[in-house]
Design a protein around this ligand. Sequence first.
Ligand SMILES: NC(=O)c1ccc[n+]([C@@H]2O[C@H](COP(=O)([O-])OP(=O)(O)OC[C@H]3O[C@@H](n4cnc5c(N)ncnc54)[C@H](OP(=O)(O)O)[C@@H]3O)[C@@H](O)[C@H]2O)c1
Length: 230
Amino acid sequence: MPLTGKTIAVLGGTGAEGSGLAFRWAHAGIPVLIGSRDAAKAAAAADELNALLAGRTGVTGLDNAAAAALADIVVLAVPYTAQQATALDVKSALAGKILVDVTVPLMPPKVDRVQLPGGRSAVEQLAEKLGPDTQVVAAFQNVGAHHLKDLAHRIDCDVLVCADSKAARETAIALAAAAGMVGIHAGALANAAAVEAMTSVLIAINKAYKVKASGVRITGLPDASARSGN
Ligand SMILES: NC(=O)c1ccc[n+]([C@@H]2O[C@H](COP(=O)([O-])OP(=O)(O)OC[C@H]3O[C@@H](n4cnc5c(N)ncnc54)[C@H](OP(=O)(O)O)[C@@H]3O)[C@@H](O)[C@H]2O)c1
């Protein structure tokens, strides 16, 4: 799905990860709706992003339900404990749309240990609850929030994209490109178990090397020039 003319809603877009991605997409000229449980909080977050965008104002704050209803593509960026409830609350608004889930099933306090719920990817379990009307994609789970609002900072990682539909993966790959990253087809939604697990590995690496946002890169691909715009 080309992104031209599309509006993106980011549910939980008041948080570190969602607001960072929202900022990058708005900077690329895509209209973005910040979703929150509290419309006033969303409006304040949108004001902050519009101030950072210096004239390219393209961010609006709404409650999660209104944001999901008005968007063409919905991104979910909430803590794991809120993942299913937040998405299921807006289930009817997600029908016929792509839901890009950024959620990672971290289990505090041991967030640097892999603890997948039931040994499966959280996003696959969410997709089962949403049913076939929504195409669910997993992406951006390995992208640390830390540098997303710093445009001078090259986001030094690839975006592994998992979904059962190739077209849905391509939408998330276009979103990655709009945010200045390279998205990689990483197979079926079930493969998101490895991607969700990788986030705990990266958190452990961040701790060991005292860095804020380690990331993954895929090597050996035929089109190395895909990275030239990065
Ligand atoms: N931070 C990172 O570097 C990073 C990197 C990769 C992936 N992720 C994943 O992305 C997701 C969001 O991360 P984050 O750091 O942005 O999280 P966060 O700041 O803790 O939460 C994001 C937003 O979720 C909403 N939220 C919080 N608790 C909720 C609840 N109980 N019910 C409903 N909504 C709730 C809040 O929005 P409102 O109060 O406005 O509703 C909050 O601003 C997580 O699953 C995380 O694992 C994060």
